[in-house]
Design a protein around this ligand. Structure first.
Ligand SMILES: Nc1ncnc2c1ncn2[C@@H]1O[C@H](COP(=O)(O)OP(=O)(O)OP(=O)(O)O)[C@@H](O)[C@H]1O
Ligand SMILES: [Mg+2]
Length: 470
């Protein structure tokens, strides 16, 4: 009985092991398949021989057992030395591949899946099931990876043709599933033959969301800044419009008197033809005086309207230095008068020199700098130089004041951070946003020099408009 139990246990044990080897050789491909297969065959030969000899189904010479064991040794030796059976490194490699944070997928030239790792499986488990031998179309159906233009297959072909890696980004959305991936497609080419294609899937959802949040924050800040400068502006508009409107109403009064005088002269024989001409000319001259005031009012309205539109809807148009200076002068006029400051504008470039970009955001930058200069005089009379020079490629704007200067302890933080020394009267947004506008929207540079007690100079250098024909 001991012999029977022992034998059944032993054979059972061997059959289970063999089954495992065979199963693993079918499930895997290439390397792993072969090492299992050789080991299985190596074990199978003596087993079968032994069964045959023991059960005497066929009669074989005694040395058959010895030969069968030699064959077993040979096969297992091949599995160990040629295919590194029992070596830890393929298993270690597999474990790493399964655990790396990038998902990967290998397909053959019929776009069927040969291999993938656990990361890949779990990245998509909510919306699809990946399995070996399925085609890409079957697996990714219903996602933009297959259904849209520029799908996975297109990129695989692109990588095949170029023989190089191709990387692209996809936003995959299905029901609640909403993730961004950066996908790198690499052809595996050995001896000029394309064997398969490896695809690495990196989940970049967090990065994308982070970027979106930053952009949103930036947009909110731009909006706050716009509203703040709009506040300044509205104070100014009233004064800007008051003068021309008062003048126009004065002219209207003058005209009214003239008309009354003319009316009284009707039928008066002492009024000659030349008198009539004279009255008419005088009326006309009053009317002509209204015109410049009207165009001034219209300019003010244009300038204000420009600042009031949403800066986010940035328009890539061009404008001239002349337009820019005119608008800045109109918008700053009230602020300058109110704080008894003088703006000395000196333009050493052609007035028709053109710049690229949204004029309104640039005006906001200069308004900020000029208002800072006005505030630096702290209500005292002062002068501010606004010089415009340039070379062939760029235009340099210099804004200089002779006021108290920027405190040394905030100099290194200015432009890159929000800094203010004005307490609740300031936000520190002014220069911070100006700097990002100049760098980001105009591709320009902005810097400053300042000495406490002597004054401050801000420099803004902007590239000239690139001519279309160049
Ligand atoms: N021309 C200048 N002279 C002296 N100090 C200046 C000058 N320009 C800027 N500063 C200093 O830099 C700080 C930051 O200026 P910024 O325009 O960014 O913000 P703010 O003027 O304080 O606030 P806001 O612009 O929102 O009114 C100011 O608080 C001030 O201390
Ligand atoms: Mg400011």
């Amino acid at each position: 009985i001991y012999f029977i139990v022992h034998t059944v246990f032993l054979y059972g044990y061997m059959v289970v092991s063999l089954f495992n080897f065979l199963y693993s050789s079918i499930k895997n491909s290439g390397f792993f398949s072969k090492q299992s297969l050789y080991t299985a065959i190596g074990s199978l030969i003596p087993l079968v021989t032994n069964v045959l000899v023991t059960t005497k189904i066929i009669s074989v010479p005694v040395y058959t057992t010895a030969i069968s064991f030699s064959a077993a040794v040979l096969f297992i030796a091949v599995a160990i030395f040629r295919y590194h059976f029992l070596s830890i490194s393929p298993i270690a490699l597999r474990t790493i591949v399964d655990r790396i944070s990038d998902g990967f997928l290998v397909v053959n030239d019929e776009y069927r899946i040969i291999d993938y790792n656990k990361t890949m499986e779990s990245a998509f488990e909510k919306i699809l099931t990946i399995s070996r031998n399925k085609s890409l179309q079957e697996v990714f159906q219903g996602t933009c990876l297959i259904d849209s233009d520029n799908n996975l297959i297109d990129f695989i072909n692109m990588a095949k043709i170029s023989g190089m890696s191709v990387t692209f980004e996809k936003h995959i959305q299905k029901g609640n599933y909403d993730r961004y991936f950066s996908i790198e497609v690499t052809p595996i080419i050995i001896n000029k033959i394309q064997l398969s294609t490896v695809m690495l899937f990196r989940d970049i959802t967090e990065n994308v969301r982070h970027l979106e949040a930053i952009e949103e924050k930036h947009a909110i800040m731009m909006e706050q800044e716009r509203l703040a400068s709009l506040g300044h502006l509205i104070g100014g508009i009233a004064h800007n419009l008051k003068t021309p409107i008062m003048s126009i109403s004065g002219i209207v009064e003058g005209l009214k008197d003239l008309v009354a005088e003319y009316r009284a002269s009707i039928g008066d024989e002492s009024v000659t033809v030349s008198d009539h001409y004279e009255i008419a000319d005088e009326m006309l001259s009053w009317l002509n005086k209204i015109k410049p005031y009207c165009s001034y009012v219209s300019d003010v309205i244009d300038a204000v309207k420009g600042q009031a539109v949403n800066l986010n809807a940035s328009s890539m148009v061009s404008f001239t230095v002349n337009e820019l200076v005119k608008r800045i002068q109109i918008l700053m006029k009230y602020e300058l008068i109110r704080y008894k400051c003088e703006l000395n504008t000196k333009i050493s470039v052609d007035l028709s020199s053109e710049l690229n970009g949204d004029i309104n955001s640039l005006i906001q930058v200069f308004d900020n700098i000029i208002i800072n200069a006005i505030q630096a005089y702290e209500g005292k009379t002062g002068s501010i130089d606004f010089h415009i020079d340039g070379d062939d490629e760029s235009i340099l704007f210099t804004i200089r004041d002779y006021a108290k200067g920027i405190p040394n302890n905030i100099k290194h933080r200015l432009l890159k951070e929000m800094v203010t020394t004005k307490g609740t009267a300031g936000t520190g947004l002014g220069l911070y946003m100006s700097y990002s506008t100049i760098k980001g929207r105009f591709g320009g540079e902005m810097w400053f020099e300042s000495e406490e007690g002597k004054g401050t100079t801000f420099f803004v250098r902007l590239p000239r408009k690139v001519s279309q024909t160049a």
